[in-house]
Design a binder for this molecule. Sequence first.
Ligand code: SF4
Length: 58
Amino acid sequence: MPDERLPFPESLCHRCAAPPRYVKTASSVFILCPLLPQKYPPQPVLKCPLFREKPGSR
Ligand code: SF4
């Protein structure tokens, strides 16, 4: 379940089996995708060709 403190709660990344990593700084949380070459896709990700639903995320 997406944590409401995470950025962009509507982002597909939170439900993705990639899985993304959350990189925390003092002021922000960044979503690092392990599959995309650019690593930090523009958020919120609403469509992604590499998205696969994480088991148990619904
Ligand atoms: S594959 Fe797509 S949906 Fe999954 S974490 Fe990466 S950018 Fe987000």
